[in-house]
Design a protein. Structure first.
Length: 282
């Protein structure tokens, strides 16, 4: 009798313990990361057949930009091996960059020219992904595969100007001439497209509280853009504050896109730069 009661109690405890352990293993975890992407750009943008070449690091953009607004956030939800991600980037900048050249084709002629493009650009990127842990190489290393969609919204307004001055030096000192030319502005209008993407992500724990993440994807395939790619490396230092796990993030991110919708509009750019952020996991 006593043995039967003890056996029943042990069975009841085991039945209640197993679901609790499984439930703990399958709980959702959420990570929110507001971040700053110190973005530079290289490539070119064409609006109504007018093309401007872009080759600016973050210091150039800050130095030659009149206004700069940037809002960026990343969200991730994990459930066992399943992972869902959302990344949002909004940037708007207005600037007046310029270039200048000096030419002296013959000793008695000096010539200088300057050209400038006033540019206002708005760029929105929204990326949604669903992934799964494909392999765990060791307790500290895992590889995720993911698929998703990267949506873009881009508007670029440009106006152009050109100014030239020159002088002819002769014994009679024949004077000075100048010419200033204004060219009407051009706008891409609102360009909206979505790219399918697929990629891999490696997560590695370097040491307790020190984590490394490498991520890369490709996409487009002519559905939206002709081709797009992304590469990112990020280091995270974790520290706790109560029930929430906080991390400081430092990394580098680059996205390339080649989009030509026709109508004299095209975007062929590589956006790249360091990433700084703080994440909270709960």
């Amino acid at each position: 009798m006593v043995r039967g009661i003890c056996g029943a109690l042990v069975a009841l405890v085991l039945m209640r313990a197993v679901p609790v352990q499984a439930q703990d293993k399958l709980e959702w975890t959420f990570t929110a990361t507001p971040y700053a992407w110190l973005m530079g750009a290289s490539g070119n943008v064409t609006a109504k057949g007018q093309t401007i070449d872009v080759n600016a690091g973050i210091t150039d953009i800050f130095g030659q930009t009149d206004t700069l607004l940037a809002l960026m956030s990343n969200f991730e939800a994990r459930h066992d091996k399943l992972v869902l991600g959302l990344d949002v980037v909004f940037t708007q900048m207005t600037g007046s960059p310029g270039v200048a050249t000096q030419r002296n084709p013959v000793p008695w002629l000096s010539f200088s020219a300057s050209a400038g493009a006033n540019v206002k650009s708005t760029l929105v990127e929204i990326e949604g992904t669903a992934g799964y842990e494909l392999a765990r190489l060791q307790p500290a290393t895992a590889i995720d595969g993911f698929v998703g969609v990267r949506y873009w919204h881009a508007v670029t307004d440009m106006s152009f100007g050109f100014n030239a001055t020159g002088s002819i030096q002769t014994p009679q000192d024949v004077g000075l001439f100048s010419r200033s030319i204004g060219i009407a502005g051009a706008s891409t209008g609102s360009l909206d497209w979505a790219d399918p993407i697929l990629g891999l992500q490696l997560r590695h724990e370097l040491a307790p509280h020190h984590r490394l993440r490498l991520r890369g994807d490709i996409g487009g395939f002519g559905v939206g853009s002709q081709f797009t790619w992304q590469a990112m490396a990020a280091y995270a230092y974790e520290f706790s504050s109560g029930p929430t796990l906080w991390s400081a993030i430092l990394g580098y991110r680059a996205i390339g896109l080649d989009y030509s919708p026709g109508g004299g509009n095209a975007i062929d750019l590589v956006l790249h730069g360091p990433v700084l952020g703080v994440s909270m996991r709960f």
